[in-house]
Unconditional design. Structure first.
Lengths: 443, 389
């Protein structure tokens, strides 16, 4: 029987537009893009030229420090554009699909780690500390996989994995040859095959968001100490590896949740990493309205446009109103019945947990110094003083950051705290920058 | 509303960098964010949705929580004046209230104009938004001073505390001491005669616009706590009046009932920590019980709660999130020690009848130390875990 860990701290926000459990087909558009920015901490080096022909699984760029870590094309076709921004920063490598998916064949018999690096799967592994793409030279003490996402409007992995059970098991098996694998599942999933996936240790987590964050799992199961490294991987990415192990081919197809109050028919869709969003959003959104399309989750995702490309790690596309012309009058004293707040000075506590809220992307207040105490701790289910850690990052006190446990956290763990913060500090950005500085210092 | 929006849209270019009236940017910005929730949307790479709570809402609710005590204070100012003149029987509720209102209003105005004036200038200078912290301090200050405090000393004290106790630390959220209490401490030590003096500061002595009564210059009235400090017994009747609040004292602190109403709102909305508030009473009660009868002390343990500024301090001052302990565990110690020190000063120090202000300021100073020990426990745990492996 898997161990059950109950979490009290956290917050579930009920947003309108949860994806219905049905999968719609999406037309494959011509162009795909792989964006290095999705792979945090990587210095990309392009290994193809515009006009080259590539197969699915051929490398588009590699990491300068570790050229053996490859970032591969999801489709076969021709490289149509190597897009660069200011100071020649690589923004994306685009591939025009030839329409008949041809894949590079990999030999799955040899060393798993080498195979993963060669096939581009290793690029999806992230490491803690620093929450960056894993370093192949490290020996991780464990690999953590979270099989559920607790954030609002997120993908339901229990639904997505249906029909891919064997691939998932094969993926876990492959990972277990590298290090011990810990799988975190939620209570609903504990009634499915996920409860007894072989080759890994399963832990059940019960609690509000961010209970699905892999960082929370690590903190409760096997916390990271200084000098230790843990790798993490998204649950759907385990299926990628499983498919590779089963067929010898790279298949980066995800089942994306298209959700949010501005989506006409919130549901799931099969899409490939790097696929253009245009076809997904066609007929699903009102193109005239001022909308925020989010590549990933509403809490952690990156703002994009309707002709953006599916980010490498995104498991959902959320669409909410932008709200930049809301002009709400005297918000500091009005009752604002339709507005959600954890704070009792609003009335959402009266309206029950079932009420669905429409959020726009406004910050709804000015940025201040940290005034209230204990706000973060209420939604931060780890044995870490979140407020003190954030202060240590702001003041650049590296010793104190280490002492307070910065090696255990990733920006996404602060998402809910950033949501509830009355001082409106940009916690995820602060933590990301702190981790980047720390990584440079420790290099 | 649309017209107001348009007005701001028209004014804004004038106060932007390089505009004609750039010197008023912080002022216009301050008023605009009060009229409309900012339309600023979250930046790339940050959380895309936000809780509606912001510091304006929080501060507004503290001000609302203070209103019962403030209105009662106004009434009490009138009540004390009419009672001293012996004309209570011939006066209506509105006579008392309007007199009190007229006596208190100038203090509120001076406090806000001086304090917010400095805040606007600092915000403009640092190119920041106006911080709302002074909304609360500005109303707290008139409530914790005697009614006869001259306006010029008040203005001086407010300026001192906003600049020295708050802005030089970096503004709301960075200060060590509670600015409202620093204002009071400044008056207390620099102008002792207007704060406790010859016991002629607690009752308004001159009529205003025909309301109220002129009292003789020689009139004095001590607070019950002042009486207790010199060893006089406090009659049961006074204790009852102290619960309703009809005793001489600083403007807003006399009525336990009005303060309790504010406390309920603060606790319900979660703006103030119940841990701090409860611990202050526990600490004060325990110390009051230990010191019952010591050195001619005439007060029973619970008398401390209803006399002087104990309740007011526990509810509105000790719970200031910025200057109190920030760790949940630390709040118990912080509150408890405030209660202990406040009663200790009251009973054992004949020089100061009231110890609440000094107790809170002292513990403001020690709050980071309390937090240090709490956080250090977490740090040690992490360090040990690393070694054990």
């Amino acid at each position: 029987m898997a161990k059950l860990i109950k979490l009290r701290k956290g917050l579930d926000v009920n947003l309108k537009g949860i994806a219905a459990l049905e999968t719609n087909g999406v037309k494959c558009p011509g162009e795909y893009a792989l964006m290095p920015d999705d792979f945090t901490g990587v210095k990309p080096k392009v290994v193809v030229n515009e006009g080259d022909t590539v197969l699915a699984g051929d490398a588009l760029f590699v990491d300068k420090q570790h050229p053996e870590v490859k970032f591969v094309s999801p489709v076969s076709g021709t490289v149509s554009l190597v897009e660069r921004g200011d100071r020649r920063k690589l923004l994306s490598v685009r591939v025009k699909s030839d329409g008949n998916q041809q894949s590079k064949e990999f030999d799955v018999k040899g060393d798993v780690k080498t195979l993963l690096m060669e096939s581009g799967m290793f690029a999806f592994l992230r490491q803690r500390p620093y929450d960056v793409v894993a370093n192949p030279e490290d020996k991780p003490k464990a690999i953590f996989v979270s099989a559920f996402n607790s954030m609002p409007l997120s993908q339901n992995f229990g639904y997505v994995v249906k029909g891919q059970e064997e691939a998932f098991k094969a993926g876990i098996k492959a990972l277990s040859t590298i290090a011990k694998v810990n799988l975190g599942i939620n209570v609903e999933e504990s009634a499915t095959f996920l409860n007894d996936v072989p080759n890994c240790e399963v832990t059940i987590f019960d609690g509000p968001a961010p209970a699905g964050n892999v960082g929370v799992h690590i903190n409760h199961v096997d916390p990271i100490n200084k000098g230790e490294v843990v790798w993490t991987l998204g649950a759907e990415e385990v299926i990628f590896i499983g498919r590779l192990m089963q067929t010898g081919r790279v298949d980066l197809t995800r089942t994306i949740a298209l959700a949010g109050s501005e989506v006409k028919n919130p549901s799931y869709a099969k899409m490939m990493v790097g696929q253009k969003l245009t076809t997904l959003l066609e007929g699903q959104i009102d193109s005239a309205a001022s909308l925020r399309i989010i590549n990933g989750n509403v809490m952690t995702g990156i703002k994009t446009t309707s002709d953006g490309y599916l980010a490498a790690h995104a498991t959902e596309i959320n669409v909410i109103p932008e709200g930049d012309h809301a002009d709400e009058f005297m918000g500091w004293i009005m009752p604002r019945f339709n507005t959600f707040s954890t704070h009792r000075s609003y009335f959402s506590w009266l309206l029950g947990k079932k009420k669905e809220y429409v959020f726009d992307s406004r910050v709804k207040g000015g940025e201040r110094h940290m005034i209230m105490s204990g706000e973060y701790d209420k939604v931060f289910p780890m044995d870490i003083y979140a407020g003190y850690l954030v202060k240590a990052i702001i003041t650049g006190d590296i010793d104190r950051q280490e002492a307070l446990g910065i090696y255990e956290v990733a920006p996404e763990d602060f998402a809910i705290a950033e949501f509830v913060d009355s001082s409106k500090l940009e916690l995820q950005r602060i933590v990301r920058e702190g981790l980047d500085i720390l990584r440079k210092e420790n290099a | 509303m649309k017209a107001l929006r348009k007005l701001f849209d028209n004014i804004k270019p004038l106060v932007e960098e390089g505009g004609k009236f750039h010197a008023f940017r912080s002022l216009v910005d301050g008023f605009e964010t009060f009229a409309f929730v900012p339309n600023q949307t979250s930046r790339k790479g940050c959380v895309n949705i936000h809780d509606a709570i912001d510091s304006k809402r929080i501060m507004s609710f503290v001000v609302i929580a203070l209103l019962p005590a403030l209105f009662f204070g106004m009434y009490n100012v009138g009540y004390q004046n009419y009672a001293a003149a012996g004309t209570l029987a011939d006066s209506t509720f509105w006579d008392l209230f309007i007199f009190g209102f007229l006596a208190v209003l100038p203090k509120i105005l001076v406090s806000y104009i001086v304090g917010l004036g400095i805040e606007f200038v600092v915000a403009q200078w640092k190119n920041e938004e106006i911080q709302e912290g002074f909304l609360v301090s500005g109303i707290l200050i008139p409530m914790i001073i005697p009614v006869n405090t001259p306006l010029w000393t008040l203005a001086l004290a407010v300026a001192f505390s906003v600049i020295i106790a708050k802005e030089i630390y970096g503004g709301t959220g960075m200060n060590i001491f509670n600015p409202a209490l620093i204002t009071r401490a400044f008056l207390f030590f620099s102008y002792p005669s207007v704060m406790t003096g010859d016991d002629n500061v607690w009752v308004a002595q001159e009529s205003i616009f025909g309301f109220g009564n002129n009292l003789p210059d020689t009139f004095t009235a001590a607070t019950p706590l002042g009486e207790a400090a010199v060893g006089n017994a406090v009659p049961c009747e006074t204790i009852c009046n102290a619960i309703t609040g009809l005793i001489p004292g600083s403007i807003g602190e006399t009525s336990v009932i009005a303060i309790a109403l504010g406390a309920l709102l603060l606790l319900f909305t979660g703006v103030a920590s119940w841990k701090t508030m409860l611990s202050v009473f526990v600490g004060g009660g325990l110390m009051g019980w230990l010191l019952e009868g010591v050195g001619g002390n005439q007060l029973e343990w619970w008398h401390h709660f209803v006399l002087g500024g104990f309740a007011f301090g526990a509810v509105f001052m000790a719970t200031d999130p910025v200057t109190s302990a920030r760790t949940e565990c630390g709040k118990y110690f912080y509150g408890f020690l405030i209660g202990v020190v406040a009663v200790l000063v009251r009973v054992l120090n004949p020089g100061y009848p009231e110890g609440m202000m000094l107790a809170i300021l002292l513990m403001n100073l020690f709050a980071p130390v309390i937090d240090y020990f709490v956080v250090q426990r977490n740090i040690t745990m992490r360090a040990k875990r690393a070694i054990k492996k």
